[in-house]
Design a protein around this ligand. Structure first.
Ligand code: SF4
Length: 373
C-alpha cells in the first residue's frame, strides 16, 4: 500500500478483518438475495451477469440476463451467433462495446481454447474486454480464487469503514483500496467475501441514506463513529458534463418504409442501428444539420419536414438532445458512405434491429403512431 494519510493503521485493519469474518459473512449468509446468476455458478454465467451489472441496477438486469441465457445458453451458442443478435439482446443496456467484446471473447474461447473458459486470473484478464474487476469477479466467484473485487459498492463501503480521505477517483487511492480489499479477503472464501461486500454496499451502505442501524460492521465503521457517513467516498467535484444537440431523420419512402443506418463498428454505439443524423454544427439550423448529415452519411438529398419529437438522453460522458424530423428523399439513392450499412424497413420490422436507448424512443413513437393510424 502507498504512503497515505487515508490508509488505516495495521491494528485497525486487523480489527476490521476480524469483523468481516465474524459479522459480515454471517450477515450475508442470512440476507443474500436469491438472484438468477447466483444459482449454478459457472464462469460463463458470472461473466455475463457481471458484464450486465456494471452501471446497471440489479432489478433491470434480471430480465436481460434471463433472456440472454435463454438465447445463448453456452459460450459456444454465443460465439456462433451473428453479432447483430448479440447486440439485439443487449439493446437498451448501454455500454455496447461490452456486448461486442463478449462476442469476440466467446469466439476466442471456442476457437483458441477448445471452448474451455480460462481458469487463472491473468488468462481471464487477457480476454477481450476483461479488466481487473471482471477478472477478479470471475476468478473468485466461479473458481473461488483469492482475488478481491473493487467496484463502486466496495469503494463506498471501504472508504466509509476507514474514513478514507483521498479522492477515490484517483489511481493511487484505487490502489490503496484494492490492497485493503485484498487484505480483508477471507482466504478460501473469496467468492462469498466479494459478494458480501458488494451486497452490503447494494442493500445497506447505500450512496444516500445508508442503513447504519442494521449494518453488521457499524461498530468498526470510522465514518459512522464520526457521524458523517455520506461525506465518504471523497470525490473531487464533478466537471460539467458536455452537451450535444443532435439531429436525425425518419426518412419515409413511397411504400411507407423507413430508412435506418448501421453505425460504424469503431464508432461509439458501433454496430447499432439508428435513424441517420449527427451533431449540429455552429451557425446551422437543426433542419440544415439533418439534411447535411444525410448527404454525408448516405449520399441522399432530403426534404426535412415536421419535427416528430425531441429525445433527451444522458450517456456516461455527455448528454444529448436528439431532434427527430420526418423527411423524404428529393434525389439520390442511399449508399453507406459514412455508416456500415442501411435498410429500408416497415415499422414492424424495426424490432429485428438493435437500437440505442435514445433511438428506441423514436421506434416507440413510430409504432404508437402506426397503431393509431
Ligand atoms: S455503518 Fe453505515 S456507513 Fe459504515 S459501513 Fe455500515 S452502512 Fe456503511
Amino acid at each position: 500500500m502507498s504512503e497515505s494519510r487515508s490508509v488505516p493503521s495495521v491494528a485497525s485493519q486487523r480489527e476490521l478483518q476480524r469483523a468481516v469474518r465474524s459479522r459480515l459473512l454471517p450477515w450475508f449468509e442470512a440476507h443474500r438475495r436469491d438472484l438468477p446468476w447466483r444459482r449454478q455458478r459457472t464462469p460463463y454465467r458470472v461473466w455475463i451477469s457481471e458484464s450486465m451489472l456494471v452501471q446497471t441496477r440489479v432489478d433491470q438486469v434480471i430480465g436481460y440476463y434471463k433472456r440472454f441465457m435463454k438465447r445463448f445458453p453456452s459460450i459456444r451458442a454465443l460465439a456462433e451467433a451473428p453479432a447483430g443478435d448479440v447486440l439485439k439482446q443487449w439493446e437498451g443496456l448501454g455500454y455496447y462495446a461490452r456486448a461486442r467484446n463478449l462476442h469476440k471473447a466467446a469466439q476466442y474461447i471456442v476457437n483458441e481454447l477448445n471452448g474451455r473458459f480460462p481458469r487463472d486470473y491473468d488468462s481471464i484478464k487477457a480476454l477481450p474486454g476483461i479488466g481487473p474487476y471482471m477478472a477478479a469477479a470471475i476468478a473468485s466467484l466461479a473458481f473461488n480464487q483469492d482475488h478481491a473485487v473493487l467496484d463502486g459498492n466496495v469503494i463506498r463501503v471501504l472508504s466509509r469503514l476507514t474514513a478514507f480521505e483521498d479522492d477515490t477517483s484517483t489511481g493511487p487511492a484505487r490502489r490503496d483500496l484494492q490492497a485493503l480489499a485484498q487484505y480483508l479477503l477471507v482466504e478460501g472464501q473469496a467468492g462469498t467475501y466479494n459478494e458480501a461486500m458488494m451486497e452490503l454496499g447494494a442493500l445497506v451502505c447505500t450512496p444516500r441514506q445508508p442503513k447504519c442501524d442494521i449494518c453488521p460492521l457499524r461498530l468498526r465503521c470510522a465514518a459512522y463513529a464520526q457521524g458523517d457517513v455520506t461525506a465518504y467516498p471523497r470525490r473531487r467535484p464533478k466537471r460539467k458534463v458536455p452537451h450535444k444537440e443532435v439531429g436525425a431523420a425518419v426518412v419515409v419512402n413511397r411504400k411507407g418504409q423507413v430508412l435506418i443506418a448501421q453505425r460504424l463498428d469503431n464508432a461509439m454505439l458501433g454496430g447499432l442501428w439508428e435513424f441517420p443524423g449527427g451533431t449540429q454544427e455552429p451557425d446551422e439550423t437543426m433542419p440544415e444539420c439533418v439534411a447535411r448529415e444525410l448527404k454525408e452519411e448516405l449520399g441522399i438529398k432530403i426534404q426535412v419536414g415536421d419535427r416528430l419529437m425531441i429525445v433527451k438522453h444522458a450517456y456516461s460522458h455527455f448528454t444529448i438532445a436528439l431532434h427527430v424530423y420526418m423527411a423524404r428523399i428529393l434525389s439520390g439513392r442511399p449508399r453507406p458512405i459514412h455508416c456500415a450499412d442501411y435498410r429500408w424497413c416497415t415499422i414492424d420490422e424495426l424490432d429485428r434491429y438493435a437500437f440505442s436507448r435514445a433511438d428506441l424512443h423514436v421506434v416507440d413513437r413510430l409504432r404508437s403512431q402506426a397503431i393509431k393510424a
